[in-house]
Design a protein around this ligand. Structure first.
Ligand code: 76R
Length: 249
């Protein structure tokens, strides 16, 4: 049957990208810069505490290239909490030196393409819950991009039988599993929430692995026939203790 797959949905996600207004930053006095850094560090400490309590998670990276300077990925149980976090960030002293570059709203998603032989609802499993409400890894690099499934002529994902889609995604997952330990992926669904259908967030120790996995997947039918891709963003881990060094002018 051509029907939607049931999804399991977890924490709400906001990818928040900011450009630093370096001119304003350099023109600011030493004490203003110190106050801005301290406001930022305090926010990070607050986010760390939320993560410690397992009520959310975040990732913080510096962007390579001119699309932005910072990329944050925030996870919270509700859109309201995400919005509160974003607003608090916007009101901070540090945000006076930031220019919004890009944002992406989605929800952590796992698809129920495969029924379990034992009849257990996967959503009730601890492992599934941990994937729906994940603590993001603090690996050295991040890669984020949005994507769609194509809907064009004979290449229309949305007219395929569910079984066929399940099989294509199974093939895709076999490619994915080859990168176990090298790439960690988080798929967030954004149909009805943002401009693309999914957000793909990958973490790796070696950024070359992003190029390898995305290239290899291009040959899987689910990507070669049915994948459409948006802008890619690449970042390097920014640790809390390195913030002052990164911002030093
Ligand atoms: O969730 C699972 O582990 C089950 C198998 C699986 C599904 C259903 C899976 C495994 N993915 C699924 C769904 Mn994926 N994934 C991507 C990209 O650049 C590209 O060509 C594609 C971007 C990567 C790199 C990736 C990695 N996956 C999806 C969906 C939703 C599709 C839908 O419902 O139509 C998208 C958009 C998508 C895209 N995937 C894996 C990986 C990896 C590494 C795995 C193996 C994970 C593991 O088993 O640990």
């Amino acid at each position: 049957m051509v029907e939607a797959v049931e999804t399991m949905d977890g924490w709400c996600s906001l990818h928040d990208l900011r450009t630093i207004d370096w001119n304003a930053w350099k023109l600011a006095s030493e004490s203003e810069r110190e106050a801005a850094i301290s406001s930022f560090t305090k926010l990070v400490e607050k986010w760390d505490a939320v993560e410690e309590e397992k009520n959310g998670s975040h990732a913080m990276y510096t962007v390579v290239g001119q699309k932005a300077d910072l990329i944050f990925m925030f996870l919270r149980p509700t859109m309201n909490e995400l919005n509160e976090l974003e607003t608090e960030f916007n009101k901070s002293k540090f945000a006076e030196y930031l220019i919004p570059a890009h944002s992406y709203v989605s929800i952590v998603e796992l698809a129920k393409y495969r029924e379990r032989k034992d009849g257990v609802d996967p959503e009730t499993l601890k492992g599934t819950q941990a994937r729906l409400k994940p603590i993001l890894p603090k690996w050295e690099h991040i890669c984020f991009y949005p994507m769609d499934r194509r809907r064009e002529g004979n290449d229309n994902w949305y007219v395929l039988e569910k079984d066929v889609r399940a099989e294509l995604l199974y093939e895709h997952s076999k490619t994915g599993r080859k990168y176990a330990g090298k790439v960690k992926q988080f798929i967030t669904g954004s149909i009805g929430l943002d401009d693309w259908e999914w957000g793909v967030t990958l973490f790796a120790h070696d950024p070359l692995e992003f190029k390898k996995i995305v290239y290899e997947m291009r040959f899987d039918e689910v990507s070669s026939r049915y994948g459409e891709f948006g802008e890619f963003f690449i970042g390097n881990l920014l640790k809390k203790e390195d913030i002052a060094k990164f911002l030093h002018v």
